[in-house]
Ligand binder design. Structure first.
Ligand SMILES: *[C@@H]1O[C@H](CO)[C@@H](O)[C@H](O)[C@H]1NC(C)=O
Ligand SMILES: *[C@@H]1O[C@H](CO)[C@@H](O)[C@H](O)[C@H]1NC(C)=O
Ligand SMILES: *[C@@H]1O[C@H](CO)[C@@H](O)[C@H](O)[C@H]1NC(C)=O
Length: 587
């Protein structure tokens, strides 16, 4: 009845739809109340309606819950299918959109005159058109928006619509509402400290339980090897590989790596890494530039994992230099498409990423798509690690609705990511104050963490004190943690100190890569998606050292006392705790 009323009211709209394909009226598919924080519409710049745009229409997959269950089963110790990873062809067979879904979307596009502009992939359709035609196809209004921090412009729309009957067939159309592509995605590095502080670091070297006391004030590869107990492990060469992700024009430098290894890892001093460009990314060697993030990541994986080959994936992800080009070149989807297209032999078994974003600044439809693809990597047998972020419970603690709220980090909140928080000090090892953690507003709490997290929520005063600022039903993060403060890193030829969960994720990834190496050399499968295993062994109090002191801080004073305390069991600063390789290797 509702529909026939609309038909009567809008005869003009009806007439514009081809007779051969009667379509339901349009309904808003996604709408942002305003541009995300930091972006504003630039009224004086008009959008040229003839500018080319490539719209990517993602189709609804089939069997998503069945796929997710299979992924959890193959990742849960003791389950009959534990370790039975899938090939990409098997995954595609499960998830492939129903033929009616593809046909319905296709017939909509053809009825609108786009039949010559379409190309088809597995679960998406690309429409190569102009902004003007995209506006009428999607009932959208593209405008220029400027980022106040970087001054960069993007062309986006605050809302778009598709026919009502296609709402369940389409999951995502971009570029439309996704602003994160130019500058919002940030590396989670905190700061580079003045190298002059190094002079005060190595005055005395008494040992604390076998760990150099200097590790109390700054971290070297040796500190991590002793603390996480892999110092005496010598990996043998297998097909095991370790991947390090780079975005935002960060390029790992060979010269800095060589200097780092010569000083801190003389036994590995000639070791290097390979660089794989993705989406027109580069592998630039430019040692005079400040590539702190990339150097940190590669120096702490290469040093610890030698002779396991390390691959630096350099994904370009900003729009091309042409100002006001609407095409996203959004990095995560490009990177994931590339990775999922690799053969089993080419895929690394462990991947670390030190980038993230405030969850509410990425559209939920996009977050769900990226997370699904990360899950596919897990099903292929890859352990995918992300830093949890460097703002404790949140930076300015303003939610999407403008209300005061803790702000979670994406992709750390994706339930198929292993999210790594930060610690500091060695006696005891404590939570570091910037370590991000909390609860997702996009993803609900997965079963594997139900018992650990509900135990936290029912027993800790922080959970009650801050109950108005977080979503207790959301996926809780981080899962695990590792050192994150004052790492020695060579940048531009000099030894500097760097802090951030950007350091924690590579440090933990190195440990996982060593465990994978041990498994593979013993004829076993790699660990794959880690979380069900991590929460199981933590319950059994094996292989993970619970971090129970220290706390996070955040919200820049907008929420009084904002922060989470580390405590016995899982907590939203250090997750389950830090790794003990000597035990993990034999589990
Ligand atoms: C590094 O390479 C040089 C020259 O190829 C070689 O002489 C040296 O033994 C190597 N050092 C190590 C630790 O592998
Ligand atoms: C997928 O891999 C094949 C074979 O390596 C290659 O030819 C093709 O271009 C790749 N596709 C994408 C989207 O990367
Ligand atoms: C809380 O999280 C759930 C998912 O677990 C979500 O459906 C809900 O919208 C979230 N609430 C808010 C206020 O964001």
């Amino acid at each position: 009845m509702h529909i026939s009323k609309l038909l009567l009211l809008f005869p003009a709209l009806l007439a514009s739809i081809s007779d051969a394909h009667p379509l339901a009226p349009y309904k808003t598919f996604e709408v942002l109340p305003s541009a995300p924080n930091g972006w504003e519409a630039v009224s004086e710049k008009a959008v040229d309606l003839s500018t080319p745009i490539k719209l990517r229409i993602h189709l609804a997959q089939q069997n998503v819950p069945q796929f997710e269950k299979a992924l959890i089963d193959m990742s849960t110790p003791g389950h009959p299918s534990y370790g039975n990873h899938m090939s990409q062809a098997q995954i595609d067979d499960i998830l492939r959109p129903h033929e009616d879904t593809a046909a319905a979307v296709r017939s909509w596009l053809e009825s609108k005159g786009f039949e010559k502009d379409l190309s088809f992939k597995n679960d998406w359709i690309v429409v190569s058109t102009t902004i003007g035609k995209a506006e009428s196809l999607l009932d959208a209004k593209y405008k220029v928006f400027r980022n106040s921090e970087t001054g960069k412009n993007v062309v986006r729309t605050l809302s778009y619509s598709v026919p009502r009957n296609l709402h369940s067939s389409v999951t995502l159309i971009q570029p439309t509402t996704l602003f994160g592509s130019t500058s919002a995605m940030k590396s989670t590095i905190l700061k580079v400290e003045d190298p002059s502080v190094l002079k005060t670091t190595f005055l005395s070297k008494p040992k604390l339980e076998g760990i150099d006391a200097a590790c109390q004030s700054s971290i070297t590869p040796d500190c991590l090897a002793n603390l996480y107990k892999y110092k005496d492990y010598k990996p043998t060469l297998t097909n095991n590989k370790l991947g390090v992700n780079g975005f935002l024009e960060q390029y790992a430098q060979n010269d800095d790596l060589a200097k780092f290894l010569a000083k801190y890892f003389p036994s590995s001093k000639n070791v290097t890494f390979t660089c794989t460009p993705i989406n027109d990314g580069k592998c630039t060697q430019h040692p005079s530039e400040d590539f702190t993030e990339a150097n940190l990541d590669i120096q702490y994986t290469v040093g610890a994992s030698n002779p396991i080959p390390n691959i630096y994936y350099s994904t370009a992800g900003r729009p091309p230099v042409v100002d006001l080009d609407p095409n996203t070149n959004e990095p995560y989807l490009e990177w994931l498409e590339y990775m999922l297209n690799l053969s089993d032999e080419q895929l690394p078994q462990t991947i670390t990423t030190s980038y993230g974003d405030n969850e509410h600044t990425v559209p939920q439809s996009y977050a769900i798509k990226v997370c699904n693809m990360i899950g596919q990597l897990g099903a292929r047998g890859v352990s995918v690690l992300f830093s949890s972020g460097d703002s404790g419970p949140g930076d300015d603690c303003t939610g999407k609705d403008g209300k005061k709220r803790f702000v979670p980090t994406f992709p750390a909140t994706c339930p198929f990511v292993t999210s790594v928080g930060g610690t500091v000090g060695v006696q005891p090892e404590k939570a570091v104050s910037f370590s991000s953690g909390g609860f997702s507003n996009y993803f609900s709490r997965p079963d594997y963490q139900e018992s650990a997290v509900s135990n936290y929520l029912s027993s800790q005063t922080d959970a009650t004190t801050f109950k108005n600022y977080y979503n207790a039903s959301g996926r809780a993060f981080p899962d695990i943690s590792a050192q994150g403060s004052r790492f020695h890193v060579f940048v531009r030829g000099y030894d500097q100190l760097v802090s951030g969960t950007s350091a924690s994720s590579p440090a933990f990834a190195a440990v996982i890569s060593l465990v994978n190496n041990d498994r593979i050399s013993g004829g076993k499968k790699p660990l794959g998606f880690l979380n069900p295993w991590l929460y199981t062994i933590a319950t059994e109090k094996k292989g993970i050292v619970d971090i129970t002191s220290g706390a996070s801080r955040g919200c820049s004073g907008s929420i009084s006392g904002a922060g989470w305390k580390a405590t016995t069991g899982w907590d939203p600063v250090t997750g389950l705790g830090t790794p003990d390789f000597s035990v993990l290797k034999d589990l």
